[in-house]
Design a protein around this ligand. Structure first.
Ligand SMILES: Cc1cc2nc3c(=O)[nH]c(=O)nc-3n(C[C@H](O)[C@H](O)[C@H](O)COP(=O)(O)OP(=O)(O)OC[C@H]3O[C@@H](n4cnc5c(N)ncnc54)[C@H](O)[C@@H]3O)c2cc1C
Ligand code: FES
Ligand code: FES
Length: 469
């Protein structure tokens, strides 16, 4: 059975390429569209950026993605736009024209990727501010032109969305199953089907956005016999906000989640905006971050500090665990082979509860954390009544600083209560030294984040946020 999609406006069916071929490889070697470049093949450089359109609320919404991390069948039923498809015949797309007029290209290797990020930015509502421009471009690296000219090109764009040229062909129907020789890719559209497939094939690779798993294909050249994708399961793409919690489906991407995080947990939203790049956040899911259980998974300290729970489902039934208990060790979880993450539930914060989250990394954007921390605190008459202090990058798993919590609770929230902080943290954590930071650096950085939280929650002074400069 063929996988069907629109390629630069024209219907396209593919029935012979491997289901684990990356979209980038397919574009360059099968479709012979070599405008899309391969730089790093691991989601970091943006040279491979394309835009993927899907029906949302009755219209096609385009999002920039890294084609090096996507598998060909993930295009099922989508509209694919590459740099070859944006111009209208000989007439350049306004983004291309702006790049030209702003002298924003030199060797040109990065340029198609930038153009596609900018086209997607236009589709999303335009370059409304420099912050929006920086956020949209953070996943694209340019080594020779420099960003001033590229940002300048973005500023020249009209604010109205610019639709790419299309021949008006209708979006193709999704097929849901793609088989070539001994490889199969299944993309069920209901939770019931997903659970039945998972029960029958516990050995299959369960794919979310593929921003972790995709590296095993693009870098390690793994060739999987069977992949089950969560991406098309309607029930898993929902976000529900009730009076006391926000429930996030197991296939919700960061980009879809961010508006709700902005509303209910701004500090979590600010951290999530630094997770990967726009291209990564358009594909990657919260459930994927949780299931990976990385000791530097950025969302995990927030989820644990906020008391989030995870709902697991299999054909046999469901169970709910605290995120804290779901993670069992270094990249291990309580997920059984026949289970999937159905949803993650985060209790809303009471007005008198303080919450903050911080990430330290070598680069502000698109970088893996060295130390990441989240704090939830309730005060009572100047005393700490309740504190959750959770750190990533300090142990083999994301973990609470129980000694610190024990010392702080019941005491006044004063600077002197934090004396001997490094010693306290050293009781809870024996961090590793690696190229991102030594053990001593990590302990000092973690202590610095506690002091920062203290400062931000105990002074009326307007603090300068260094990361914002
Ligand atoms: C360039 C780049 C930058 C990145 N930057 C960051 C960063 O700054 N911070 C950070 O924390 N991470 C980062 N990541 C890692 C990754 O983007 C995240 O962990 C992301 O949340 C993974 O989600 P996904 O849907 O893409 O997972 P996938 O790759 O699809 O899957 C990851 C794991 O989750 C499992 N899984 C997915 N969905 C479910 C489900 N519903 N039920 C059960 N299991 C499921 C899969 O089986 C697999 O084991 C980065 C990755 C790249 C490539
Ligand atoms: S090739 Fe570098 S992000 Fe895809
Ligand atoms: S123009 Fe050469 S890398 Fe950007």
């Amino acid at each position: 059975m063929a996988v069907r999609f629109l390629l630069n406006g024209a219907p396209r069916a593919e029935e012979a390429a491997s289901p684990t071929m990356t979209v980038l490889d397919w574009l360059r070697t099968v479709a012979r569209l070599t405008g899309t470049k391969e730089g790093c093949a691991e989601g970091d450089c943006g040279a491979c950026t394309i835009a993927i359109g899907r029906m949302r609320d009755g219209a096609v919404r385009y999002e920039a993605v890294n084609s090096c991390l996507m598998l060909l069948p993930q295009l099922d039923g989508a509209a694919v736009l590459t740099v070859e498809g944006v111009a209208d015949g000989p007439r350049l797309h306004p983004v291309q024209k702006a790049m030209l007029e702003a002298d924003a290209t030199q060797c040109g290797f990065c340029t198609p990727g930038f153009v596609m990020s900018m086209v997607a930015l236009q589709q999303e509502g335009g370059a409304q501010s420099d912050d929006a421009i920086h956020e949209a471009l953070a996943g694209n690296l340019c080594r020779c032109t420099g960003y001033r000219a590229i940002v300048d090109a973005c500023r020249r764009l009209p604010s109205a969305p610019l639709m790419p040229s299309e021949n008006g062909a209708a979006m193709p129907a999704r097929v849901g199953a793609y088989r070539v020789q001994d490889q199969t890719f299944l993309a069920p559209s209901t939770l019931e089907e997903l659970l039945a497939l998972r029960a029958r094939h516990p050995e299959a690779v369960l794919l979310g956005g593929g921003t972790d798993l995709g590296l095993r294909v693009s870098k390690d050249r793994e060739r999987w016999p069977l992949v089950i994708s969560t991406g098309a399961v309607e029930e898993l793409r929902r976000i529900e906000v009730t009076s006391d919690a926000i429930e996030i489906g197991g296939a919700v991407t960061y980009s879809d989640l961010l508006p709700q995080l902005d509303r209910h947990f701004p500090a979590f939203a600010a951290l999530a905006r630094r997770l990967g790049s726009r291209q990564i956040r358009n594909l990657g899911t919260l459930a994927g971050n949780l299931a990976t259980a990385s000791p530097i998974g950025d969302t995990l300290p927030c989820l644990i500090a906020l008391g989030a729970t995870v709902r697991l489902r299999s054909e046999a039934g469901g169970r709910t665990l605290r995120v804290e208990d779901f993670i069992t060790g270094y990249r291990t979880t309580a997920l059984a082979a026949d289970e999937v993450i159905e949803s993650i539930s985060i209790p809303l914060l009471a007005p008198d509860v303080l919450f903050a989250a911080y990430k330290t990394s070598k680069r502000f954007d698109q970088d893996i954390s060295t130390v990441v921390a989240a704090f939830r605190m309730k005060m009572d008459g100047g005393h700490v009544r309740d504190l959750a202090a959770v750190f990533g990058g300090m142990a083999t798993r994301v973990q609470r600083a129980t000694s610190l919590e024990g010392v702080a609770v019941g005491r006044p929230w004063r600077a002197d209560a934090l004396a001997g902080l490094e010693t306290l943290l050293a009781q809870d954590f024996s961090p590793l030294s690696d190229h991102r930071g030594s053990a001593a650096y990590r302990l000092r950085a973690a202590a610095g984040l506690v002091r920062r939280f203290h400062l931000e929650t105990s002074t009326q002074t307007i603090l300068v946020r260094l990361e914002a400069l």
